[in-house]
Design a protein around this ligand. Structure first.
Ligand SMILES: N[C@@H](CCC(=O)N[C@@H](CS)C(=O)NCC(=O)O)C(=O)O
Length: 210
């Protein structure tokens, strides 16, 4: 049995849910409330000492880091391929995915926002400014990249890739934080097309009760 240790509103978990759905891998979900701090519980620590969801149990392995998990799934279940084998195409897809997964998401993670407020004494207003700043920095770069390439259906071509798998959860989060998206028409168009696919719809967060 494949088990995904996760949280509905976690965008890194959302990425893995999308990849599992695209590849038709059945899994059981075990939820940890990040708001209640369950990612820091001793039980979860055994799964992932980094205290971050997701963690995927598969093939006798415990895998963390959503990008690494998706790379594993792509190798294990190659259809549909999310990371191209051509080196140049692969680099383009990975760069887009990492623009999100390395340069937006970690800056706005729950523990970073909590640290700003609880340890550095910043107000909710400052925290939201911080959040908004890093989303705009990342989305501006992606919008420029998307406009500079031919008008593909999806982020890096006419098929879904890891770039779309990272984009949709990040836009979902941005909307939750009421980020103004008017400056990103290409990004929004690509996002809307990918987000409407069944694998993405089924992976989208249902608000957890806690
Ligand atoms: N780079 C990691 C990030 C994982 C991550 O940051 N997960 C968040 C939820 S999206 C989390 O567990 N946050 C808990 C916290 O901030 O305390 C990945 O891609 O899996």
């Amino acid at each position: 049995m494949v088990i995904l240790h996760e949280y509905a509103l976690s965008s890194a978990s959302f990425r893995v849910r999308i990849a599992l759905n695209l590849k038709g891998v059945e899994y059981e979900s075990k939820s940890y409330s990040l708001r209640a701090g369950e990612q820091r519980s001793p039980g979860f620590l055994e799964l992932n000492p980094a205290r971050l969801v997701p963690c995927l149990e598969i093939d006798g392995l415990r895998l963390s880091q959503s990008i690494a998990v998706i790379e594993y799934l792509d190798a294990r279940y190659p259809d549909p391929q999310l990371i191209p084998s051509d080196p140049a195409e692969r680099a383009v897809v990975q760069a887009m995915a990492l623009d999100i997964a390395c340069d937006i998401h970690p800056l706005n993670n729950l523990r970073v926002l909590k640290y700003l407020e609880d340890e550095m004494g910043q107000s909710e207003q400052v925290r939201n400014r911080w959040y908004t700043h890093w989303v705009h920095a990342g989305f501006s770069a992606l919008e420029t990249i998307f406009r500079s390439q031919p008008e593909h259906q999806f982020a890096a071509g006419d098929t879904i890739s890891l770039a779309d798998v990272c984009l949709v959860p990040q836009v979902f989060n941005a909307r939750r934080y009421n980020i103004e998206m008017a400056a990103y028409p290409r990004l929004s168009e690509i996002n809307a097309r990918a987000a409407a696919l069944p694998a993405f719809v089924c992976a989208a967060p249902v608000q957890p009760s806690s």
